[in-house]
Design a protein around this ligand. Structure first.
Ligand SMILES: N[C@@H](CCC(=O)N[C@@H](CS)C(=O)NCC(=O)O)C(=O)O
Length: 277
């Protein structure tokens, strides 16, 4: 039985412990003056190759593969573990201080976009690709996209946090979030039993949003929890994730703003298609 009794009013007087505790604060806003680099392309992305970051670089690489030259972009590395998301110019693009953040200089004044799935919708609409035009198909696509926004934090902030990052293993939150995540995987598995992609026959931004989280869960042993969650049993999710992962644009997108792992998987900054060579 826990001895903890919440005080009348919560105050921030200790670090919570666990991985990433050093960057958590209960207040928003810039913590230091800092300018951001600006490259030569209209689209300037400030990001890191986490699942939320990779969604956007996959879409940009897919747009380029489709021949949309206007999707050329500079991808600048934001080191969140060093607090770069709290610099003044980053906060001006994303007041929520989280990667990814996009500044589109092709409009006057430049358009800022934050929240990874808002960036997906913005770019898909801008280039008229990877989002259905028909209103029913579009509603299905946006439904799965919004599902990802709601579901993802249960996998990352809930399950991943308590299973892998919290200072101790507590049964209650691990049980709660394992149950939620397994239900999500079962939902995806049942949907993908009947369809090639999340919304039907066509690959679109909803797949690009869900794959970096749930594809990684079934293929890459995230949080070292593949066995615990028995991810191999979600066979349709595994089939879908493997197929997406084979796409050349996905392979490139996963490397952008990656500053860790084996050398051949990294590309901390991307300013030109030739950077992949
Ligand atoms: N809902 C946001 C979440 C973004 C997010 O959580 N980004 C993380 C990395 S995956 C981050 O920047 N964390 C830094 C921090 O919390 O200070 C989105 O989808 O864009």
């Amino acid at each position: 039985m826990s001895k903890y009794r919440p005080p009348q009013v919560w105050t921030f007087n200790t670090e919570s412990g666990g991985q990433f505790a050093n960057i958590n604060k209960p207040t928003a806003g810039a913590q230091q003056e800092r300018t951001l680099p600006v490259g030569r392309h209209p689209l300037q992305l400030y990001s890191l190759a986490t699942p939320n970051g990779v969604k956007v670089t996959i879409l940009l690489e897919e747009l380029l593969a489709l021949g949309h030259e206007g999707a050329e972009y500079d991808a600048h590395l934001i080191r969140v573990n060093e607090g770069e998301q709290f610099g003044s110019n980053f906060v001006a693009i994303n007041p929520n201080s989280k990667i990814p953040a996009l500044l589109d200089h092709s409009t006057s004044p430049p358009t800022r976009v934050f929240e990874s799935d808002a960036i997906l919708v913005y770019l898909a609409e801008k280039f008229g690709a990877f989002i259905p035009q028909d209103s029913s198909a579009r509603a299905e696509c946006l439904s799965w996209l919004m599902w990802q926004m709601g579901a993802g934090p249960f996998l990352g902030g809930g399950f991943g946090h308590f299973y892998a990052y919290a200072p101790e293993k507590w049964e209650y939150p691990i049980n709660r979030y394992a149950m939620k995540v397994k239900r999500q995987l079962d939902l995806l598995d049942k949907n993908l039993a009947e369809r090639a992609y999340l919304c039907g026959d066509e690959y679109n931004i909803s797949d690009m949003a869900v794959y970096p989280w749930y594809g990684a869960a079934v293929l890459h042993n995230i949080y070292d929890a593949a066995e615990f969650l028995d991810v191999a049993s979600y066979k349709n999710v595994v089939r879908w994730a493997k197929e997406i992962e084979e796409r050349p644009a996905v392979k490139r997108g996963r490397r952008v703003n990656r500053s860790w792992g084996p050398e051949e998987t990294r590309l901390p900054e991307r300013h030109d298609a030739s950077d992949f060579d």
